[in-house]
Design a protein around this ligand. Structure first.
Ligand SMILES: [Zn+2]
Length: 226
């Protein structure tokens, strides 16, 4: 049997064992919905948002959906349930959001908000890096790990905006050669945007290292600011 034939049988067997489910509502997908990994109902119900993300130190930011309902559950499975394949679906949706945006699509490189080491060890993968990797592939630009954590920070949940800023201040540094960033337009990506404290600090560090412009792209935005 040809390699393609073997691949077909493997895919067939995998679909039988683990039938593909919708990235958002987790219902079984019809055969014609499988490629996009989103069911028709979610496609119709999930409207890509057009309002911008606002914050300090970055030029502009965009996101796809409010962080609630199926979106919230989906991101939870992406981060804590091993659903690494969602990165490709989210990247596709973000691409739909920025397709007409020549400035963002013309960026030189893409990087991601660094995850702290403890979470990385627990999950076994870096969800934000996966997202950056898929977006880079779609946009045809390099994904570069530019940033890393310098120290442990408290969990942001439950902290007020000024506490979040204090918590993250000085906790991120550049970890790639300066010439990779200097004068470049950088896309910074993450799964969720809350108060913008973390995205702002990452952007500040990138700008200090000479980045010309920083655009923030996230899958979701929380409705409350904290
Ligand atoms: Zn669905």
């Amino acid at each position: 049997m040809s390699e393609r034939g073997v691949r077909w049988w493997i895919d067939w067997a995998l679909d039988l064992l683990y039938p593909p489910k919708c990235t958002f509502c987790h219902r079984l997908l019809e055969p014609d919905e499988r490629e996009g990994r989103i069911c028709r109902r979610c496609r119709a119900a999930l409207e890509i948002q057009q309002d911008p993300l606002r914050g300090e130190f970055f030029n502009r930011g965009v996101y796809c959906f409010p962080y609630r309902g199926y979106v919230r559950k989906s991101i939870h499975r992406f981060k804590f349930g091993g659903r690494k394949e969602y990165a490709a679906v989210y990247a596709g949706l973000l691409l739909e959001r920025i397709r007409e945006d020549r400035e963002i699509c013309g960026a030189d490189l893409i990087t991601h908000v660094p995850t702290n080491r403890q979470n990385l060890r627990r999950r076994g993968y870096d969800h934000a890096a996966l997202l950056a990797g898929h977006l880079a592939g779609e946009l045809g630009i390099p994904a570069v790990t530019c940033l890393r954590r310098t120290r442990k920070t408290k969990a942001m949940y439950g902290l007020r905006p000024h506490e979040r800023r204090a918590n993250i201040l000085g906790a991120i540094e550049i970890c790639c050669p300066a010439e990779q960033i200097a004068g470049k337009t950088v896309i910074l990506t993450d799964d969720i945007f809350t108060t913008g404290a973390t995205a702002g600090e990452c952007s500040r560090v990138l700008r200090m290292a000479g980045a010309g412009k920083v655009f923030v792209l996230t899958v979701a935005k929380t409705e409350k600011s904290y």
